[in-house]
Design a protein around this ligand. Structure first.
Ligand code: NAP
Length: 677
């Protein structure tokens, strides 16, 4: 008998207590493994995540978690070839396997690097600015995000057995929330190998990633309001799961990435012979054939101006005729994931053909390269021309190498047809006309999670219609599931609880680990620029000044820099200016003078100033005004593995009457003490 896939639960590999169901090689039909979760105690799985995985993850800062994800990406990359070999048995060509496996590893690495850049080296995420809630500045509000104390249950679809689980694991892991990975059965043998590699790497804390091969049993009955469910799959399963009584009763955070009838629209400007026409045709053929069209983002509805329908049919058919189908080792397009899936596609194509006509391919026959049509789950690519007034092209998803061409008369009609898909993950608009692109983007955006505008100007660098990107939202409204699984740091925050904390400035400074306006400042004899990273504390302050700004200063600065704007140089014109009434100092002169006041010139721990954030000039500075600057250490971000960290300083430049004239954050790199030779 073939091996039975094991689950990795509560700290060990569990062998099912029954024989399980067979899983077949999508190319040869040969049984390659069996699957079952019999004997897994689902309640204990969730408890193990909550009791062991969660605390271990929460001890790490965002940056430490990011470093582990990066290392995991490197580890998996070293085992890519092995994963490709297993992936071939799902019917994938080498290109398809790379899409899934390299894409998944890329998501880990992209998330790791975003986390290092955009999240603090801390365990709490401070969301947005401090909200002043009282006139006296003693009562403030601040949103903070903390990891949910539950488990992220991740139910995946069969078509991306590597990318799907990694795309969900990365943001949960960064957030400090343990994952339970549940793959779709038909391709679970590949996810099982992936998890063996993850566990074998020893990189992730125990409990951070568990794996259930087979059904979830009564797992959903044990969910609490601290857990999350991220589902990818069909709209019907999404509906079953989101209405599960425990999910409803406990308000379990539930997100779904379901199927959708994604569109690509050819612009009226993109006539045959233009680059955009060719881009549209190749994009459509690529989306139909990569992964044999088993991509949730694949183009299902191809909208074409009435007058170009025949030309598009001809060009797409000519390209499809060159696509060889068969053994993924030699053909350009491999098999569907299972024979059941092939039956499903055939049924859907027949429904679509009832509302139009099949112009390329045949659901029941296909010429194969080096493969057996009775044993492998092969179908030919199929192109239809549909009636856009019928419901089927907007409703029936044939999850295979299938697309329908639909004609449109004008932009308003295109937008109306787009909405009939009732919500999509991705759409593309192929045009060189930015004004038309704007009209269509704004018209169809409410039904889309992501829109690509493709033309000769961005084609070379474009990542294509179908590729979700970890930096961008992946998900869509309505039929697409209503979720936003990725989307950079949004995906991380999805796994955290946002809480509005109200209190006095010192309390908020203590909670967030960063100085806020109104909190205590500490002045000392030691200039803060003489302190190493470890010696600095939020609240360390330097007050420097006053420095009187003279007419000579302003004129010198104007001539030196060439900024002779009338408000600084022309008394009559400045007098007529409704904001100034007289000549004023340059804002950049104020910032420069402030630096002259607070800088400690000798070599020391401060290595560089790498910018300012949030610079605002609040009150005009007139000749004779005296400036004082208060520089306060606001936030420390040590960089793991580097000899320095980032220090954010609050700079408040005030006039002789105490009024703030400029306010901004100064960003510096400061050496660690441990780095001293
Ligand atoms: P599916 O049948 O809905 O299954 C999806 C997942 O749900 C599988 O892991 C499945 O496990 C599990 N599942 C099914 N019934 C369940 C239940 N009662 N309780 C708990 N889990 C349950 O979808 P599929 O056929 O695998 O995937 C194809 C569909 O997914 C297509 O429609 C495609 O558009 C969509 N999809 C969407 C995205 C996206 O990002 N939006 C990505 C990929 C695919 P078993 O396999 O063990 O039954």
């Amino acid at each position: 008998m073939t091996p039975v896939l094991r689950s990795y639960v509560h700290g060990g590999w569990h062998t099912p207590t029954d024989e399980g169901r067979p899983l077949s090689d999508a190319v040869t039909g040969e049984e390659i493994a069996r699957i079952s979760s019999a004997g897994v105690d689902m309640g204990a799985v969730l408890r193990h995540g909550r009791v062991t995985g969660g605390p271990a993850l929460r001890e790490l800062t965002f940056h430490q978690r990011a470093a582990l994800l990066k290392a995991l990406g490197g580890h998996l990359r070293e085992h890519r070839e092995e994963l490709y070999a297993v992936s071939a048995r799902t019917g994938a060509t080498l290109g398809d396997s790379k899409f899934d496996i390299d894409g998944g590893i890329g998501v880990l690495l992209a998330y790791a690097s975003k986390a290092k850049r955009e999240l603090p080296n801390d365990t709490v995420y401070v969301d947005g600015a401090v909200e002043p809630l009282g006139r006296g500045g003693t009562f403030l509000g601040q949103h903070v995000c903390t990891p949910r104390r539950g488990v992220a249950v991740q139910v995946n679809a069969f078509n991306f057995p590597v990318w799907g689980p990694l795309e969900k694991l990365a943001p949960a892991f960064l957030a400090g929330v343990p994952s339970v990975v549940k793959p779709a059965s038909p391709t679970a043998f590949l996810t099982a190998r992936l998890v063996e590699l993850i566990v074998g790497s020893g990189l992730l804390p125990e409990g951070a990633c568990q794996f259930v091969a087979g059904g979830v049993g009564d797992l959903f009955d044990h969910l609490t309001g601290q857990d999350l469910v991220s589902f990818t799959g069909s709209a019907s399963t999404a509906t079953t799961l989101r209405t599960h009584p425990t999910i409803v009763r406990n308000a379990v955070r539930f997100t779904a990435e379901a199927d959708s009838l994604n569109l690509s629209a050819l612009g009226p400007d993109a006539a045959p012979g233009t680059t955009e026409f060719d881009l549209f045709v190749s994009g459509l053929v690529g989306e139909m054939t990569v992964k044999a069209g088993q991509k949730c983002t694949a183009i299902r509805r191809a909208f074409v101006p009435e007058e170009h329908v025949d030309a598009v049919v001809e060009a797409v058919s000519a390209k499809l005729a060159n696509v060889t189908v068969g053994n993924p080792a030699s053909a350009r397009m491999g098999a569907l994931a299972s024979l059941e899936q092939r039956e499903e596609v055939r049924r859907s194509v027949k429904a679509l053909a009832d509302a139009g006509r099949l112009v390329f391919g045949d659901p029941d026959t296909v010429d194969l390269l080096d493969a057996d049509p009775d044993r492998g789950a092969f179908v030919s690519p199929m192109l239809l021309v549909g009636d856009p007034e019928r419901a089927e092209p907007h409703e029936v998803e044939a999850f295979g190498p299938v697309s329908t061409i639909l004609s449109y008369r004008d932009t308003a009609q295109l937008i109306d047809y787009a909405a009939r898909g009732r919500g999509s993950l991705a759409g593309s608009i192929v045009t060189a006309d930015p004004a038309w692109a704007r009209e269509v983007v704004l018209g169809v955006a409410p039904w889309h999670g992501r829109l690509l505008v493709l033309n000769a100007r961005d084609a070379t660098e474009s990542t294509g219609h179908g590729s979700p990107l970890p930096q961008l939202v992946h998900g869509g409204p309505g039929r697409a599931g209503g979720g936003e699984e990725m989307g950079g740091i949004r995906g991380v925050l999805h796994h955290m609880q946002r809480t509005a904390v109200q209190g006095d400035p010192d309390t908020l400074a203590a909670v967030t680990g960063r100085w806020v306006t109104g909190a205590q400042r500490h002045e000392s004899d030691v200039h803060p620029f003489r302190k190493h990273l470890e010696e600095l504390r939020p609240g360390d302050t330097l007050v420097a000044g006053p420095r009187v700004v003279s007419q000579e200063d302003v004129e010198h600065f104007a001539e030196f820099t060439g900024d002779t704007f009338y408000a600084h140089m022309d008394a009559d014109a400045a007098a007529a200016n409704p904001l100034f009434g007289e000549r004023v100092a340059h804002g950049y002169l104020i910032v420069s003078l402030a630096a002259g006041l607070f800088v400690d010139p000798a070599p020391g721990p401060v290595l560089a100033n790498f910018g300012v954030d949030g610079l605002r000039f609040l009150t005009p500075v007139k000749f004779g005004d005296a400036l004082t600057v208060t520089l306060t250490c606001k936030q420390l971000t040590p960089r793991d593995g580097a000899d320095y960290g980032e220090v954010r300083w609050d700079a408040d430049v005030t006039r002789q009457d105490g009024e703030s004239v400029a306010r901004y954050d100064v960003l510096t790199l400061v050496a660690k003490q441990e780095a001293r030779p």
